[in-house]
Design a protein around this ligand. Sequence first.
Ligand SMILES: Nc1ncnc2c1ncn2[C@@H]1O[C@H](COP(=O)(O)OP(=O)(O)O)[C@@H](O)[C@H]1O
Ligand SMILES: [Mg+2]
Length: 239
Amino acid sequence: MTAALAVEGLSVSFGDRSRGDAGRRAVVHDVSFTVTAGETFGLIGPSGCGKTTVLRTIAGLNTDWQGAICVGDIALVPGRKIEGRLRDDVQMVFQDPHSSLHPRHRVEHILGEPLAIRGISGVASKVTELLEQVGLAAHMVSRFPHQLSGGQRQRVAIARALLLKPKLLLLDEPTSALDVSAQAGILNLLADLKRDHGTTLVLVSHDPGVVGHLCDRAARMAKGRLETILDRSALSRLS
Ligand SMILES: Nc1ncnc2c1ncn2[C@@H]1O[C@H](COP(=O)(O)OP(=O)(O)O)[C@@H](O)[C@H]1O
Ligand SMILES: [Mg+2]
């Protein structure tokens, strides 16, 4: 069976190429892991170890990398933005839902526009359905992001990521900007998505409790390298 995600020998450097190696700093070294369809895979490790960089690279937001990345049977190409089917198949949810939603667009526009652009019909009812799926009331469509709580904003961000029925959902510390009760709500929502829709998730967190609660397996990173893969029983000892 094809893996939902296969990362092989991924290395990422930042800095100015024109100055040769002197101007460059390697932040991710030779990282390899695979994620099975329907699996929830965690990426853990201390701040600065390269978790966000790995996720942004898989999402096609950072194109300066070496190695191999395949999403299903499609390979990403270093140096190129992701295009075609992959743009819909891979979606990312960021840590701070405040800065990732357009401040002057209402929820109906934030969620409806990507559908309308693709000529998909029945936008309003699809948006209502999606809100229900992420646990938000239908009347939230007329709200602006600043009229929502942090937890509600993150639900909208997750709804937007789910709009195009991605094969792979990447979540970068999706609960760390939220208070404890909103965190629990988002974790339950992710557990529901996994159970009811079989969505393949890659979840970055510095919180071992979050990963222990949600993930089937996880990779522990340190200083840009993948140290170990933790299985379910190792994860249960984390939380
Ligand atoms: N755009 C960038 N330019 C230069 N260095 C970066 C950039 N993004 C991240 N880094 C560096 O890469 C390292 C890993 O960062 P990051 O992936 O954000 O770690 P984590 O998400 O695990 O906290 C850090 O040392 C960070 O300073
Ligand atoms: Mg990070």
